[in-house]
Design a protein around this ligand. Structure first.
Ligand SMILES: [Zn+2]
Ligand SMILES: [Zn+2]
Length: 246
């Protein structure tokens, strides 16, 4: 064993480093394991404000949302998907802070001309928080709030527990939420004429974010933008279709 290898070996015994996406133990010098390294699905290129996906790789039939625009660092696939699933099950400080950093960077980059008055997040019902232990959207929002020095408040209430959104098909999603989300007057914040950033972990149809945006706009908020860790890829144009068009 060379001197360099000995140092590395000793270091790996003392400090265990875990992958920032899947939490597997990985090489102490890296923060991404070899499996995740080739599986990072970044959202790049020209991006559609309405759905947050690449303009040419996706179809854009999604209805116009109540929020002005959405951005996210990743698509909900591969390594970032693993990270979000990890967060749903339990607080993992490393995965949480790294995803929040990526979301903060994405916000700075995509919304560089905009100033936000407040950050808020997609709420969870108290009974669901009790079951899971925490609200991952809130945890991400609080980190982003620190990173960007924008105050974060619980501006939206979840008045009753709804069936988990992901088990319902798109058409039922909006109906499932109707009336469940409302403005949280108890936060004591006047949102009139403000610009607010809503944080969540994933955007699929955007129905939940829309309901949150509606609750804020109804209270006089001037503009709502969103940031999530990942965006679902259901509107991705299949490779075969693209070839046919070429
Ligand atoms: Zn990994
Ligand atoms: Zn779009």
């Amino acid at each position: 064993m060379t001197f360099r290898n000995t140092i590395d070996f000793l270091a790996s015994c003392i400090f265990t480093k875990r992958c920032r996406f899947c939490n597997r133990v990985c090489d102490v010098r890296d923060e991404i394991c070899s499996r995740c390294a080739d599986d990072i699905h970044r959202i790049e290129g020209e991006i559609c404000n309405n759905c947050g996906c690449n303009k040419t790789l996706f179809n854009h039939k999604e209805r116009k949302h109540f929020f002005e625009s959405i951005c996210a660092p990743y698509y909900y696939e591969g390594a970032p998907q693993k990270a979000v699933i990890h967060l749903k099950h339990k607080i993992n400080p490393n995965i949480l802070t790294r995803l929040a950093e990526d979301m903060s960077e994405c916000t700075k980059e995509r919304y560089k001309e905009l100033e936000f008055d407040y950050i808020t997040y997609v709420p969870m019902h108290q009974s669901d928080i009790k079951q899971r232990g925490y609200n991952q959207a809130q945890a991400l929002a609080e980190e982003i709030s620190k990173n960007l020095s924008i105050p974060c408040y619980p501006l939206i209430n979840k008045d009753y527990s709804t069936k988990s959104q992901h088990i319902l098909r798109g058409v039922y999603r909006t109906g499932n939420l109707m009336g469940a989300l409302s403005f949280n007057k108890k936060a004591g914040i006047d949102v009139s004429d403000t610009r607010i950033l809503i944080v969540d972990d994933i955007k699929t149809t955007g129905a939940t974010l829309d309901e949150c945006a509606k609750a804020l706009l109804y209270e006089g908020c001037a503009e709502v933008r969103c940031v999530t860790a990942c965006i679902g890829t259901k509107n991705k144009i299949p490779e075969d279709d693209k070839k046919e068009k070429e």
